[in-house]
Design a protein around this ligand. Structure first.
Ligand code: 2RA
Length: 349
């Protein structure tokens, strides 16, 4: 029989995209059961063209389920993923709860699909969207040149902070549109007042050098995720990684500038060739013709888009890149669906 799938967190920003992706991709699943908090239970959502009622999370919902995809807050995953496993499901989890657990593989199918097969806890973790928005391209370059150092800055869309992030940017844009705001210190802040939503400063007409929570040494949790997750996915536990994470007024699609240093000398032509041949990567790199990835062109697409490829002026072993990827698709839902498909393949689905 085809494997049965549970989607836990079906009504969230990523959950909604996941249902669309499950409807577009090969129909490998038997039942698709939609699960959310009791607050959302009873809602009807469309998946594979069928109206499906959302049911409330509790122990019984995992009966008969082979694969459970979780997109819920860390503490909900921490509590419920082991319960789903105890009921016989393999869990693909998109929270941070298990990503750095040595007994939980952290998987990006284009980079380390093999890791998905060894999962002592019955859980496979899906990386954070910022890591995912660049790692397919970096994995391809690493396989050829051998990565030795990574320095990145992110330009993160508000949907990374969920529906509240989207609602906040839309409301603030409405408040500033048609005004003369953005010309004197603090004028935007005064108008948006206490409607900052999940952000520590106004996000309309602004950029905010912060994502996540404060960690030791002034780092943000998001910056440490990029470091730790990149190391784990690439199998390079000692890789020097420095990230600076910044929120920008984009609805969906994270971008990153990347300085990547390698063991071997690099060329732009060589990097173009590697990236163009890499599954899941599209090269858009003709600055003379105005061609490079931008979030408004990339949003809603599946690949990692790469442009502005240059060899560093002072280092023949280093490349500079600009990378964009839809943070809700490859950055979350698509990668989750792809991991689920790997597991379903093992189960004979
Ligand atoms: C963000 N990466 O963009 C986070 C969400 N997982 O806020």
């Amino acid at each position: 029989r085809k494997p049965h799938l549970a989607v836990v967190g079906a009504t969230g920003a990523v959950g909604s995209v996941l249902l669309g992706i499950l409807s577009e991709r090969a129909d490998i699943w038997g039942e698709i059961r939609l699960i959310a908090s009791p607050r959302s239970a009873g809602r009807k959502l469309t998946v594979r063209g069928a109206q499906t009622e959302v049911i409330a999370l509790d122990e019984d919902v995992f009966d008969g389920i082979d694969v459970a995809m979780f997109d819920v807050p860390d503490e909900v995953s921490a509590r419920w993923a082991p319960i789903a496993v105890s009921k016989g499901a393999v869990v693909v989890d998109n929270s941070a709860a298990f990503r750095m657990d040595p007994d939980v593989p952290l998987v990006v199918p284009e980079v380390n699909a093999h890791a998905a097969r060894v999962r002592p806890r019955g859980i496979i973790a899906n990386p954070n969207c910022t890591t995912l928005s660049m790692i397919v391209a970096l994995g391809a370059l690493h396989a050829e040149y051998g990565l030795s150092e990574l320095i990145v800055s992110s330009y993160q869309a508000v949907s990374g902070a969920g529906q509240a992030g989207i609602d906040t940017l839309r409301a603030q844009l409405a408040a500033v549109s048609g005004t003369e705001l953005g010309t004197t210190p603090g004028d935007v802040r005064r108008v948006v007042g206490d409607t900052l939503g999940p952000f520590p400063a106004p996000i309309a007409l602004n950029v905010v050098p912060w994502a996540g929570s404060l960690q030791e040494g002034g780092w943000s949790s998001e910056e440490l995720k990029v470091r730790n997750e990149s190391r784990k996915i690439l199998g390079l536990p000692g890789l020097p990684v420095t990230a600076t994470c910044v929120r920008v007024p984009v609805l969906t699609t994270h971008s990153l500038t990347v300085h990547a240093r390698f063991e071997n000398e690099v060329t732009v032509a060589g990097a173009h060739e590697i990236l163009a041949a890499a599954p899941g990567v599209v090269v858009s790199d003709d600055p003379a013709g105005g061609e490079f990835p931008t979030p408004s062109d990339v949003v809603g697409t599946d690949p990692t888009w790469v442009g502005r490829v240059r060899r560093s002026l002072d280092d023949p072993r280093a490349l500079e890149l600009f990378v964009s990827g839809d943070n809700l698709r490859k950055g979350a839902a698509l990668n989750t669906a792809q991991i689920g498909e790997l597991v379903a393949g093992e189960l004979g689905g």
